[in-house]
Design a protein around this ligand. Structure first.
Ligand code: PEP
Length: 243
């Protein structure tokens, strides 16, 4: 399976930037599976730009209901209609800014799958939890309660303290956590868990991508800040081991 390199634009970017960005990605013909996750209003723009090209599109959230009186929210059904195939769920910024619990994330995962989207479910510990030696327990609890029965999708390990800070965990800590996540997924989902892609996220940049992406059980990266420049995003994808 090729490495999966997903770019989370967060609340950045605009119409003007999207066209040049899409053209740069198309011209690069990356060996990795690229997934661009822009703000909702840019999904349709990117879908048109990526038509017939093997670059995937994802949203950054969805509502758990297919429709209804939920002002400001967007359903998984509508996201799928735009041409997006993926949706990031349970990002630590959503868990913090919108008080999303594991149960809320699980309901969104179910809605996403029902709509035909592949969820990218984020888990990760805070710095205080890591310092207290609780990182693996925190992540395992998130997996147990954020992933519904029959889960099919991707998991992204994103230590909260590494997001947007320029700091990354040690190699040993990434290896240990990804092994723990693999074991937990295999126990929870004996059929799909052994092959569920596990991405690493948190300050991935062109300079550190090769070493992170070469680690066992790291199936790719979820990239925030460095995904905003096409050249950096592509350099990260180029750093992925070839299959
Ligand atoms: C993220 O928010 O998913 C992320 C990994 O951000 P950054 O790469 O900027 O740390």
């Amino acid at each position: 399976m090729p490495s999966i390199i997903a770019g989370n634009w967060k609340m950045n970017g605009g119409l003007a930037a999207a066209a040049g960005y899409a053209n740069a990605l198309k011209a690069a013909d990356s060996k990795a599976l690229l997934i661009v996750c822009p703000p909702f209003p840019l999904l349709v723009t990117f879908a048109a730009a990526f038509e017939g090209v093997g670059i995937a599109l994802g949203a950054q959230d969805c509502h758990a209901r297919p429709s209804g009186a939920h002002t400001g929210d967007v359903s998984a059904v509508l996201i799928r209609e735009t041409g997006a195939a993926y949706v990031i769920l349970g990002h630590s910024e959503r868990r913090a800014d919108h008080a999303e619990t594991n149960a809320v994330v699980a309901a969104k995962v179910e809605a996403a799958v029902a709509a035909g989207l592949t969820p990218i479910v984020c888990v990760g510990e805070s710095e205080a939890e890591r310092d207290a030696g609780e990182a693996e327990d925190v992540v395992k609890t998130q997996l147990r309660h954020s992933l519904p029965a029959g889960f099919r999708g991707l998991v992204a390990y994103e230590p909260i303290w590494a997001i947007g800070t320029g700091r990354t965990p040690s190699t040993a800590d990434v290896v240990a956590m990804h092994a723990a996540i693999r074991a937990a997924l295999t126990e929870q989902f004996p059929e799909t868990g052994p092959a569920t892609p596990i991405l690493y996220g948190g300050s991935v940049k062109p300079e550190n991508a090769a070493s992170l992406l070469a680690l066992p059980e790291v199936g790719g990266a979820l990239v925030g800040g460095a995904s905003l420049k096409a050249a950096d995003f592509l350099a990260i994808a180029d750093a992925a081991p070839s299959v």
